[in-house]
Design a protein around this ligand. Structure first.
Ligand code: NDP
Ligand code: KPL
Length: 314
């Protein structure tokens, strides 16, 4: 089995920092952080402070270098297309690709340029926050990557899943290889669409779902639209998935905030287009009405407009 010895990471933000933190100690300069222009200069000059520790990385500019064994996309969806172009020199016929962004579309976007052949499905079950040049996540929390082929038989994993497993084991990156990765991605999507968006509109931390019945009712109503679309697509998600997920949510520190609320509070654009935006589009395609997501889409756009200072009188 061919060892993964070189990794190109594009996106050194909240999620990218988690990978960088774990991969640099085992790969050294063979972890290449891909960045160009002012961003590259800033990363070279300032590095990144991860959980209080100053770190510096081997920065490789777009167009430089040679194919890596693995490319990890860790940008937001709004930056993914540019990242796809910037990482071109790092991608050869054998390069494995992970794009653990939220939403259900990142693999498709990457596949439009590089094909499906080398893409391994993935998502992040982690809560990480980047503010300025510092990233914080609980290093001891049971965070993990879910990854794998579309279908995975634990007794007969594919070679590339095993190559990634060896890398993650060596680097101390926790993971789960789910038997059905499309199911895993849609379960996470149901969480993000309901938790992130309701929390963003009502300014709620994670503690709300287990302690406030009305907040919980909204979470379930919004998730139901995603679950109905997923079931129409043939994804075997349980009708009660969101309700049953409450036990997992209760284990999240009650003060934690989903990333969409963090974006609103920090005055950044949110990822509403890959949450409610995608649900509305897919709802039309599969004949599922999505009124709660339509409401949330516009509500979050209003919050963005307030942040941008374009709502008169605010
Ligand atoms: N944060 C979290 O806890 C979780 C996030 N996710 C998902 O992971 C994805 C990434 O989120 P997150 O890490 O929070 O986002 P961040 O905004 O923290 O990080 C994105 C990083 O990508 C960099 N970037 C953008 N374009 C390029 C490019 N062309 N070349 C190099 N670097 C680039 C940005 O640099 P710059 O700042 O210079 O623009 C930024 O550092 C999202 O889809 C998110 O929903 C999933 C689970 C949890
Ligand atoms: C942290 C987590 C898993 C919460 O839904 C997330 O994906 C986010 O905040 O965007």
């Amino acid at each position: 089995m061919k060892e993964i010895k070189t990794v190109a990471l594009v996106g050194l933000g909240a999620i990218g920092a988690y990978f960088a933190d774990r991969l640099q100690p085992v790969l050294g300069d063979d972890l290449r952080v891909i960045a160009g222009g002012a961003r590259a200069e800033r990363i070279r000059r300032e590095g990144l402070v991860i959980n209080g520790k100053q770190e510096y990385y081997h920065v490789v500019e777009p167009g430089e270098g040679e194919p890596a064994d693995l490319v990890i996309f860790a940008t937001k969806m709004s930056g993914l297309q540019q990242a796809i172009e910037d990482v071109r020199a790092q991608i050869g016929p054998e390069t494995l690709i992970l794009s653990p962004l939220n939403g259900v579309e990142s693999e498709e976007v990457v596949a439009k340029t590089y094909g499906w052949e080398n893409i391994v499905y993935s998502l992040m079950r982690i809560s990480s926050v980047k503010v300025g040049n510092t990233v914080s996540f609980d290093p001891n929390a049971a965070f993990y990557v879910e990854y794998g082929e579309k279908k995975n038989d634990p007794a007969n994993l594919s070679e590339r899943v095993l190559r990634l497993k060896a890398l993650f084991d060596g680097a101390g990156i926790r993971y789960q290889i789910r038997p059905d990765m499309l199911l895993a991605i849609w379960e996470k999507f149901a969480c993000n669409v309901s938790e992130n968006q309701v929390a963003a509109v009502l300014d709620l931390p994670y503690g709300a779902w287990g302690s406030c019945e009305d907040a919980e009712a909204l979470r379930i109503m919004v998730a139901a639209e995603v679950i109905e679309i997923a079931q129409k697509k043939g994804i075997p998600i349980e009708t009660n998935y969101a309700r049953d997920h409450l036990d997992v949510i209760k284990a999240v520190p009650p003060r934690n905030k989903p990333s969409t609320l963090q974006d609103i509070l920090a005055g950044r654009k949110t990822e509403v287009d890959i949450f409610a935006g995608a649900v509305i589009r897919l709802g039309k395609e599969y004949g599922v009405p999505t009124p709660y997501n339509e409401f949330l889409y516009h509500a979050i756009r209003v919050l963005e407009a307030k942040n941008a200072g374009t709502v008169e009188g605010v």
